[in-house]
Ligand binder design. Structure first.
Ligand SMILES: Nc1ncnc2c1ncn2[C@@H]1O[C@H](COP(=O)(O)OP(=O)(O)O)[C@@H](O)[C@H]1O
Ligand SMILES: N[C@@H](CC(=O)OP(=O)(O)O)C(=O)O
Length: 595
């Protein structure tokens, strides 16, 4: 039998009795004949406590020393866990990230794995020992201790599963599996039995804290079946894999990021290269931009908004100021106390009216939406933080996620799928996997897609009131118009400007419907462009790797292509450009990403 990786999060190793029951589970698996690699996190809230302790000493801790400090939480757990396993009569060996040979770059607090050595682990496994590995940590080339970012033990687990070609990577946690949303926030959330890598990637990157998004990235790249399981019961949990069967519902889950801030660059030049410059300034400071919302420019001037985590505001403003200075025009504004509410589901691709349904759910609760961005399988909205809980509940019930009954997968299909995924893992020689290690965290762009069948509609000066977006998209849905990309930005005077794309053949009927609707808001202006193209890069981990946006914008700038609208997600980045630029954009992006 093969290798099983079992990861136990902080909540599952919080005290001695929890450590003992985690140890018992590993021993049970071992006794069934598997080789077992445990990956453990710091106990309970240990990491938070260490962070708090450091801030009692300084407001400006050295990033290097912070990583030395935070890595101790996991070190405590590996020793205790190994003792607990030994008490059950099985040999165990604790290993820190350094001892395993997890080599990362030197980006303290958000390091990326570059290499993993399997030698020491194989030796211990072959000697009949359970490995207890410290999650969340590694070392750089100069033996500085690094950490992988909060929640990073999931990434350690899937990365180890990938290099060891494990049969399954099990993530044990304090809930029954992956739910339709965080059950702590929405008690009526339901567990889902299976979910695709893409949906889980989007959900995790949009705030579903149950998994670290990079861990799913590894699992998808290396085809490792992941299973999120409860540590307190024998539940089967949720399988995360590459299924292709029809989804049961249009939306699979909703997620919340509570602490977001918005930075808006106003009155910046509307010309090629602008986005590239802004993204480069952010990338220099390793700021992972979250939502990016760029809408069509007006009078030669454009505006772009993005959101970042609250704690990156100061760095982001410095970078934004530097960008504006270099551009020679523009103003930087920001808004705080915001939250992002998103809905994710593969079914969105096939159904129209999904956006309208989400905006209506928010409008019914009188919640105003300041930014909107969509991709093919997700819709994200930015709302006031005080509305966050109300919003997530509204969207969850608006998509009937509290009511849907999960349809069990037909037994045959599930078995076939599992066998297929396991085979892929077993077929590959370890040598081949190891040779790919230096590029373990490389960006994977798999396709450049060009869509010249769409037209763009832009509405400016929309009142910033709850229900406006819902009206617009309900009108489109009632008219049978399938809206694709949606971007809403807030404008200079706090009015909203909304752009969206529709099939080109529907542009006339769409304009007619909109003109009718807009009569109630006389200050609005509508414009359109039927000669647009949507160019997209598809892959994995696109948003969390700041480099992809940077490369994309650099390539388009180099080719002198102006960008009208942008949408980003974990698996797709799209830009609306003029149709006349479509060929050159396609060629230059294919070149840039070596496709
Ligand atoms: N969609 C979701 N499904 C399940 N749990 C979720 C979801 N979104 C957020 N969570 C939260 O994630 C928590 C588990 O993650 P975390 O606290 O990091 O656990 P661990 O300590 O095991 O790593 C759950 O207790 C739950 O509140
Ligand atoms: N201890 C680290 C790493 C981690 O992954 O923890 P958990 O598995 O409890 O989310 C943190 O708190 O971020």
């Amino acid at each position: 039998m093969g290798i099983i990786v079992q990861k136990f999060g902080g909540t599952s190793v919080a005290d001695a009795s929890k450590i003992k029951s985690a140890a018992a589970r590993a021993v049970e698996t071992f006794k069934k004949g598997h080789q077992v690699v445990m990956v453990v996190s710091a106990r309970g809230k240990k990491t938070d406590e260490l962070v708090a302790l450091a801030t009692e000493i300084t407001n400006n801790p050295s990033p290097r020393e912070m990583d030395v400090l935070l890595s101790t939480g996991e070190q405590e757990t590996i020793a205790l866990m190994s003792m607990a396993i030994a008490e059950l009569g099985v040999a165990a060996e604790s290993m820190t990230g350094t001892q395993i040979g997890i080599i990362t770059d030197s980006a303290f607090s958000k390091a990326r794995i570059q290499k993993i050595s399997t030698m020491r682990m194989h030796k211990a496994l072959d000697a009949g020992r359970i490995i207890v590995a410290a999650g969340f940590q590694g070392r750089d080339e100069n033996y500085n201790i690094t950490t992988l970012g909060r929640g990073g033990s999931d990434s350690t687990a899937t990365a180890l599963a990938a290099v060891l070609q494990a049969d399954e990577c099990q993530i044990y946690t304090d809930v029954e599996g992956v739910f339709t949303t965080d059950p702590r926030l929405v008690p009526s959330a339901r567990k889902v039995d299976s979910i695709t890598y893409e949906e889980m990637l989007e959900l995790a990157s949009l705030g579903a804290g149950v998994m670290h998004s990079r861990s799913i990235e590894f699992a998808k790249k290396y085809r490792i079946p992941l299973r999120v399981r409860p540590s307190f019961s024998d539940g089967e949990g949720t399988l995360i894999h590459a299924t292709h069967e029809e989804p049961d519902s249009v939306v699979t889950g909703v997620a919340l990021v509570r602490d977001e801030v918005r930075v808006t660059l106003l009155k910046i030049p509307d010309r090629p290269g602008v986005m590239h410059l802004i993204f480069s300034k952010m990338a220099e400071k390793k700021i992972a931009i979250d939502m990016v919302v760029q809408n069509v420019g007006e009078d030669g001037l454009a505006e772009v908004s993005f959101t970042v985590p609250q704690n990156e505001l100061a760095d982001t403003l410095t970078a934004a100021d530097a960008a504006v200075k270099e551009l020679g025009s523009g103003k930087v504004r920001h808004g705080t106390n915001l939250s992002k509410v998103s809905a994710v589901g593969r079914g969105m691709v096939m159904h129209s009216g999904v956006a309208a349904q989400m905006f209506k759910a928010l409008a019914d609760q009188n919640i105003s939406i300041s930014l909107i961005t969509t991709s093919d399988i997700k819709i994200s909205t930015l709302v006031d933080r005080e509305d966050a809980d109300k919003a997530i509940n509204a969207v969850h019930s608006g998509f009937f996620l509290d009511q849907a009954v999960t349809k069990p997968l037909p037994i045959g299909e599930e078995t076939e799928q599992e066998e297929e995924t396991v085979l892929v893992a077993r077929d590959r020689s370890e040598q081949e996997v190891i040779s790919r290690l230096p590029s373990m965290e490389d960006i994977v762009v798999s396709e450049v897609e060009l869509d010249c069948e769409q037209a763009r509609v832009t509405i400016r000066n929309l009142p910033d009131n709850p229900g406006v977006a819902a009206h617009v998209f309900e009108t489109a849905a009632e008219g049978g118009i399938n809206v694709d990309m949606i971007v809403q930005n807030i404008s200079r005077d706090e009015h909203a400007s909304l752009s969206f794309t529709v099939p080109r053949d529907d542009i006339d009927s769409c304009l007619k419907l909109m003109e009718n609707l807009l009569q109630q808001w006389p200050e609005t202006e509508i414009s359109h462009d039927a000669q647009i193209a949507k160019i997209s890069v598809l892959g994995i981990g696109l948003r969390s790797h700041t480099g992809v946006g940077q490369k994309l914008f650099a390539a388009l700038a180099e080719a002198n292509v102006n960008i009208q609208m942008i949408n980003t997600s974990e698996i797709r980045m799209s830009a609306v450009i003029s149709e006349k630029d479509s060929r050159v954009a396609h060629d230059v992006l294919s070149d840039t990403f070596n496709l």
